[in-house]
Write a protein that binds this ligand. Structure first.
Ligand SMILES: Cc1cc2nc3c(=O)[nH]c(=O)nc-3n(C[C@H](O)[C@H](O)[C@H](O)COP(=O)(O)OP(=O)(O)OC[C@H]3O[C@@H](n4cnc5c(N)ncnc54)[C@H](O)[C@@H]3O)c2cc1C
Length: 531
C-alpha cells in the first residue's frame, strides 16, 4: 500500500546510470566467448581491437547516434548553392560527418585489418543501429570486394585504394544502386542504359529509384549496355573532378525519400545523364558478380547487424526489467515477462553465434565469395561454396525476421516507455530492423531463390545431403526431421504456380527455411556454450 506524496520522488536514474556506463564488449561476457570461440589463433588480436573500438562505440558514438536521430537533424538535399550552381548536396549534421570520418578512419577495409577484426568491430558498430554508418560500411565492403577482384585498370585500382587505405587521410565511401522504379527484386529487368563512346568511355543514361548512402564517393551500379538484354556492372564515381567543387558526375539527385527507418541515411532517386562509369568484370557477368559478391556481402552483414541490434535490445530490456517494479515486485519476476526475456535472449544469442559461425565458413572458402563457382573447382569446395551461399540467404531471412520480433518484445518490456523515442534507442532500432527485412533481397525473393538453387544443385548435391552437411554436429533428431522434409519440398516443380498444392508447399517452405536456419544457429550457440 502507498500513501499519497505530492512530491513523487520516482526517477529512472539507477537504470540510466547502468546504461550510461555499459561497454558493449568489455561488459558482455557472452560476446567475448563468441569471439574467443570463432576467431581461434587470432583471438588476442581481435579481443584487443574490440576493446579499443568498444570504448568509442559504446559511449562517444552511441551519444552521437542518439543526437542525430531526431527529426530536426534529418539529412536534406540542397539542389543549388547561392551562386546558382547545381550541386545536389546531401546536407548532414556535423555529428554524422564527424562520426563517419572517425569510423572510416579505422581502416576497416584495409588489407592490414584482419577480416575477424573487421567483423567484430562491425558487430559493435551495428549495435548503434543505422546512424548513417551501417549501410555505408556494408556497401563499401561489397564495393571493395567486387572491384578488387576485377581491378585491371588504373581507375579501378584508384577506387580500391581510396576505399581501403584512404587518400590523404580521406577514406572513400561506397554505395550500390540496383533498384529501379519498375522493380528492385527483378534486377534483370533493369532499364538503365550504358553506352560506350568512340573513345571507349562508358556513360550511363536513365534512372535509379532507391539509392542509399547518396553522399558516397563511388557507387556500384547495374546497367544494360545499349542493345543488350544482359545486366553489366559498373562503378561510378560521384565526382570526377575535385569533390570540393561539387560538380557531380553526370548525375542529378532528384529527390530524397521520406522513410520510416534508417532515417539518418538518405535514400534518393537519381537520374544519370552521361555519368562516366567504369566496367567491373566481364559485361556479361554483371548479374552473377553483383549477386554473388556485392549482395552476398550485404546480406551477410545485414544478418550480423540484426544480431547486433537484438543484442543491445535484449540487454537493455533485461536491465530495465530488473530495475522496474509493478505491484511491488521487479517486473522480471512475473513469469510471463521472464519467459519473454528468456526467449528473446536465446534468439539474440543464437543469432550472434550463428553470424560468427557463418563468417568462419565464409573465411574458409578458397578465394572468398565469388560470382558463381569456378568450373575447375573440386566438388568438395563447390559444395562448401554452395552451402555458404544458401546459409547467407537463410540468415538474411531468419535474422531480419527475428530482429523485428525481438525488438518489439524488448520494447514491450518497457511498457509505454518502450515506444518513446527519447526514452531508449529501441524504437529507432525497431524501425531500422524493418528496413533490414526489405533491402538486399526481401524474404519471398530469397525463399524462391533458395528453392531454385536447391533444385539446380540436386544432381550433384542432393537437398537432404545439403541439410546434413549444414547441420553437421547438430542435434540428430532435428537433422533427420529436416533432411526428410526437404526432399519433398524441393521436388515440387516451382514456387510460382498459383494452385493449392504450390501454396501449401510455399507455406511449408517458408517455415522450413526458418527452422533450418534456427537449427544452424542453435548448433553454433551450443558450440560456444560448451567450448
Ligand atoms: C530504405 C530502403 C533503402 C534502399 N536502398 C537501396 C539502395 O541503396 N540500392 C538499391 O539498389 N536498392 C535499395 N533499396 C531497394 C530494395 O533493395 C528493394 O526495395 C527490394 O529489392 C525489393 O524491391 P521492390 O521494392 O521493387 O519490391 P518488388 O520487387 O516489387 O517486390 C514486391 C513484393 O513481391 C515479392 N516478390 C518479388 N519477386 C518475387 C518472387 N520471385 N517470388 C516471390 N515473391 C516475390 C517481394 O518479396 C515483395 O514482397 C532500398 C529499399 C529500402 C526500403
Amino acid at each position: 500500500m502507498t500513501f499519497p506524496d505530492r512530491n513523487n520522488p520516482y526517477n529512472f536514474d539507477n537504470f540510466l546510470e547502468w546504461r550510461m556506463h555499459y561497454d558493449y564488449y568489455r561488459d558482455d561476457e557472452f560476446l567475448q566467448k563468441v569471439v574467443r570461440h570463432f576467431t581461434g589463433d587470432l583471438w588476442e588480436t581481435v579481443d584487443q581491437a574490440a576493446r579499443t573500438m568498444s570504448a568509442k562505440v559504446s559511449f562517444h558514438w552511441r551519444d552521437m547516434t542518439d543526437a542525430i536521430a531526431v527529426p530536426e537533424k534529418r539529412p536534406y538535399l540542397m539542389h543549388y548553392d547561392g551562386h546558382r550552381h547545381r550541386i545536389d548536396r546531401i546536407v548532414r549534421p556535423a555529428e554524422t560527418e564527424r562520426m563517419e570520418k572517425e569510423v572510416f578512419s579505422e581502416g576497416l577495409f584495409s588489407s592490414k585489418t584482419h577480416p575477424w577484426v573487421r567483423l567484430t568491430k562491425m558487430f559493435l558498430i551495428y549495435q548503434n543501429g543505422e546512424a548513417c554508418i551501417a549501410c555505408p560500411v556494408t556497401c563499401t565492403e561489397g564495393l571493395v570486394a567486387v572491384v578488387e577482384q576485377f581491378a585491371d585498370t588504373d581507375a579501378l585500382k584508384q577506387v580500391v585504394a581510396h576505399c581501403k587505405d584512404g587518400i590523404d587521410g580521406e577514406f572513400a565511401i561506397g554505395a550500390q544502386y540496383l533498384s529501379e522504379i519498375q522493380g528492385g527484386s527483378d534486377v534483370p529487368a533493369n532499364l538503365l542504359e550504358a553506352v560506350q563512346d568512340k573513345d571507349g568511355t562508358w556513360r550511363l543514361y536513365g534512372s535509379k529509384f532507391f539509392c542509399s548512402a547518396t553522399h558516397a564517393d563511388y557507387a556500384i551500379v547495374t546497367a544494360k549496355p545499349k542493345g543488350s538484354e544482359t545486366v553489366a556492372l559498373f562503378v561510378v564515381p560521384s565526382w570526377l573532378s575535385d569533390k570540393k567543387k561539387e560538380i557531380r558526375n553526370g548525375t542529378t539527385i532528384d529527390r530524397i525519400k521520406w522513410k520510416m527507418g534508417t532515417s539518418e541515411l538518405t535514400t534518393a532517386e537519381l537520374t544519370f545523364d552521361g555519368a562516366v562509369a567504369y566496367p567491373v568484370g566481364p559485361l556479361d557477368r554483371g548479374l552473377a558478380n553483383v549477386v554473388g559478391i556485392v549482395l552476398t556481402f550485404s546480406r551477410l552483414t545485414v544478418g550480423l547487424s540484426s544480431a547486433a541490434s537484438m543484442t543491445r535490445a535484449v540487454r537493455e530490456a533485461k536491465a530495465y526489467s530488473r530495475f522496474r517494479k509493478a505491484f511491488g515486485v521487479p517486473v522480471h519476476q512475473f513469469p510471463l515477462l521472464a519467459n519473454q526475456i528468456d526467449d528473446i535472449e536465446i534468439c539474440a544469442r543464437r543469432s550472434t553465434a550463428g553470424a560468427f559461425k557463418l563468417y568462419s565458413q565464409v573465411l574458409a572458402l578458397p578465394g572468398g565469395l565469388m560470382g558463381g563457382s569456378p568450373k575447375e573447382e573440386a566438388v568438395d569446395i563447390r559444395k562448401r561454396r554452395f552451402a555458404v551461399r544458401e546459409l547467407i540467404m537463410l540468415q538474411k531471412i531468419a535474422a531480419t525476421w527475428d530482429a523485428t520480433d525481438v525488438l518489439r518484445t524488448a520494447m514491450s518490456v518497457f511498457g509505454g516507455h518502450g515506444v518513446m523515442e527519447d526514452f531508449s534507442s529501441l524504437p529507432r532500432l525497431f524501425r531500422d530492423a524493418a528496413i533490414n527485412e526489405l533491402w538486399e533481397g526481401p524474404r519471398n525473393v530469397l525463399l524462391t531463390q533458395i528453392h531454385r538453387d536447391m533444385q539446380k544443385a540436386a544432381d550433384w548435391y542432393p537437398p537432404d545431403t545439403v541439410v546434413i552437411d549444414l547441420l553437421a554436429g547438430a542435434d540428430t533428431a532435428a537433422v533427420s526431421e529436416l533432411s526428410l522434409e526437404i526432399n519433398e519440398l524441393v521436388r515440387h516443380p516451382d514456387l510460382l504456380t498459383m494452385d493449392e498444392r504450390t501454396r501449401d508447399i510455399c507455406r511449408r517452405w517458408d517455415s522450413f527455411c526458418h527452422r533450418l536456419f534456427h537449427a544452424y544457429q542453435d548448433m553454433a550457440l551450443a558450440e560456444v556454450m560448451t567450448a
